[in-house]
Write a protein that binds this ligand. Structure first.
Ligand SMILES: C=C1C=NC(C(F)(F)F)=NC1=N
Ligand SMILES: [Mg+2]
Length: 210
């Protein structure tokens, strides 16, 4: 996997956009130049059933139009059905080694919070790991407390070859520090999906992370 796809990794669900049209938000972010997109449709107000599948395909088609990887969060079955570019799983989702077998040749991302979880993600064949929450996050109801950059720096030092993206409360103000700590990129939800000017915000973030 080309680690540069992690540079500016936008994660969004329809419920992250206030009353804006999520597809319009996604297209603006793609026009701004995001390097990767994660479809994360879960929790309160998430789309269901046929609407969920249709919405996922619309997001995937937009990503195809801009040549940006389309990654599905949690839902391995959906990722297989859509032939997504990859899938991202946490510790409470399907086991990474099983997902690896189910989706050979696709991008596999794993959320990690401890060194042991890093080791098992590597053994499972993960292409990248998500480390966070770096700062306090409003986007994940069951998020762990903010870990700061110390754990990320530790993992970058121990596993320099492992692609790593930071996540959790990352904004224009603090994104630079995450890159300086050694992350290949930053994952962002609210700072982009709730921006007044989505395309402009993405362009500003790109100047910071590149
Ligand atoms: C909980 C998550 C943690 N990290 C990531 C990513 F940034 F993609 F690595 N995505 C998630 N959904
Ligand atoms: Mg998950």
């Amino acid at each position: 996997m080309n680690r540069n796809i992690l540079n500016l990794y936008f994660i969004m669900g329809s419920q992250n956009c206030g009353n804006a049209d999520p597809l319009h938000v996604l297209e603006s972010a793609l026009k701004g130049g995001i390097s990767c997109f994660q479809f994360r449709e879960k929790g309160e107000g998430a789309r269901q059933g046929e609407d969920y599948i249709k919405y996922a395909r619309s997001c995937q088609n937009l990503c195809k139009k801009y040549g940006v990887p389309f990654i599905v969060n949690d839902d391995v079955r959906l990722a297989e059905e859509l032939q997504a570019d990859g899938v991202h799983v946490g510790q409470d989702d399907e086991l990474a080694q099983h997902v690896r077998v189910r989706m050979p040749g696709k991008i596999l991302g794993v959320s990690v919070h401890t060194s042991e979880e890093v080791v098992s993600a590597i053994q499972a064949g993960a292409d990248y790991i998500g480390v966070g929450p770096i700062y306090e996050t409003k986007s994940k109801a069951d998020a762990k407390p903010a870990a700061g950059l110390s754990f990320l720096t530790k993992i970058v030092t121990e596993y320099p070859e492992l692609p790593i993206v930071g996540i959790g409360g990352i904004t224009i103000e603090n994104a630079k520090r995450v890159i300086e700590a050694g992350a290949d990129g930053v994952s962002i939800i609210s700072a982009i999906s709730q921006a007044e000017d989505v395309q402009g915000t993405v362009k500003q973030l790109l100047n910071i992370v590149k």
